[in-house]
Design a protein around this ligand. Structure first.
Ligand SMILES: Nc1ncnc2c1ncn2[C@@H]1O[C@H](COP(=O)(O)OP(=O)(O)OP(=O)(O)O)[C@@H](O)[C@H]1O
Ligand SMILES: O=P(O)(O)O[C@H]1[C@H](OP(=O)(O)O)[C@@H](OP(=O)(O)O)[C@@H](O)[C@@H](O)[C@@H]1OP(=O)(O)O
Ligand SMILES: [Mg+2]
Ligand SMILES: [Mg+2]
Length: 340
């Protein structure tokens, strides 16, 4: 017996073919993503698994030609970029003004805050995440702009506690801007070359959490980091020591046999709130946050670094997360468009 209103089987097939041919005649509009990345970044980000999945979802990545005016290229639905320099920032700003319907990831003035370690963590300092499953702080820090001989005095009068991490003030993508030092006494700091940020070292049991943010999506991974510095060690050791990129991807701590109180991931509601707040305050959609848990506590966290458009190629499932994000940008674009 057929229920009233149901289609006869032959009619049903006819309808299926009709709708299939309709979808063939009117293929989904391609989402065109123009990208301007260094060759290193292109290699790590635009992996075949991302390009293939993107193509299957109707997303096409097109290289922006840096030798031609940006305004003459496209049309693009999204522009993805991580390049520095006044000329490039000017070109992107101009492009944004003239193409307000294009999603530019992200605006140069918003990225700029992260290119200087003095301004980088400002928005975290101003956050109020109280009663949200934990506390999120920023280590005390000071900036040294010139005259290294004044460092010992400045550190003492600012009341900063040793040991200190000395970080290059400017983050410009060079290896030098990632050259870190750990200082056990304030006098040895005079050996270093300003401009620098001196930041209090926070013991955290040697494990760091990297929180990757892609629009509204969050992914957190564990990485190895610097071990604790004991009071005894601090009283015995003097000097400033350069240390390598301890928290690089090769230092993944996700499968390691770790002390559970150190390895336990920060609570998800806390990370969600932090990511949401930072996304709004920074005005960025693509960044990651390095976070550590103060050793001996369960819920006191410190943000020590924020990076624009980090190494997403190392983020588990990045190809799915990124393509979903690009499609979501299109959905909000069409949703917000006034009815014609
Ligand atoms: N205040 C701190 N307390 C404890 N450890 C720290 C602190 N600051 C930095 N570190 C350690 O030094 C590493 C490098 O510092 P930071 O993340 O600021 O440098 P970076 O070069 O910007 O890193 P990235 O490669 O993530 O951009 C951190 O991953 C962490 O292991
Ligand atoms: O090169 P990687 O893949 O490690 O990515 C790193 C990225 O370099 P890239 O943008 O040239 O790729 C760095 O950018 P710059 O500060 O040097 O501009 C910075 O964001 C790191 O935090 C990233 O490492 P992650 O935080 O993801 O571990
Ligand atoms: Mg870092
Ligand atoms: Mg960094």
């Amino acid at each position: 017996m057929r229920i009233h209103g149901e289609m006869p089987p032959e009619k049903e097939e006819e309808e299926k073919v009709k709708s299939l041919s309709l979808s063939i005649q009117q293929p989904q509009k391609l989402v065109v993503v123009g990208y301007a990345l260094t060759s290193k970044k292109k290699k790590s980000f635009l992996q075949p698994k991302l390009e293939v999945l993107a193509r299957n979802k109707g997303i096409l990545f097109v290289a922006i030609d840096l030798n031609r005016p940006l305004l003459d290229q496209g049309p693009f639905d999204v522009v993805l970029h991580k390049l520095l320099g006044k000329d490039w920032c000017g070109a992107i700003e101009d492009y944004r003004k003239k193409n307000p319907e294009v999603a530019v990831l992200d605006p140069p003035d918003a990225i700029e805050q992260l290119l200087n370690r003095q301004s980088m963590l400002n928005d975290v300092t101003n956050l109020n995440l109280s009663d949200c499953y934990g506390k999120v702080r920023v280590p005390r820090q000071m900036v040294i702009n010139n005259d290294p001989s004044s460092i010992p005095h400045e550190v003492t009068s600012a009341g900063l506690k040793l040991p200190l991490v000395a970080k290059p003030l400017v983050v410009d993508g060079t290896a030098k801007s990632h050259q870190m030092f750990l200082a056990y006494d304030q006098f040895s700091l005079s050996e270093l070359e300003p401009p620098l940020v001196l930041q209090e070292f926070v013991n955290h049991g040697g494990v760091l959490f990297k929180i990757y943010i892609v629009g509204e999506a969050i992914k957190v991974v564990r990485r190895f980091s610097l071990p604790n510095v004991t009071k005894q060690e601090l009283s015995k050791v003097e000097g400033v020591f350069r240390f390598p990129r301890v928290s690089s991807a090769a230092a993944s701590a996700d499968d390691a046999d770790l002390d559970p109180s150190v390895a336990e991931l920060p609570p998800l509601p806390l990370l969600e709130k932090l990511a949401r707040e930072l996304r709004h305050r920074l005005g960025l959609r693509l960044f990651n946050v390095d976070m550590i848990r103060e050793h001996g506590t369960k819920d006191v966290f410190y943000v020590i670094d924020i990076n624009y458009f980090p190494g997403y190629g190392k983020m588990p499932d990045y190809e799915h997360i990124f393509t979903d994000f690009l499609l979501s940008l299109m959905q909000s674009k069409y949703k917000n468009r006034p009815a014609q």
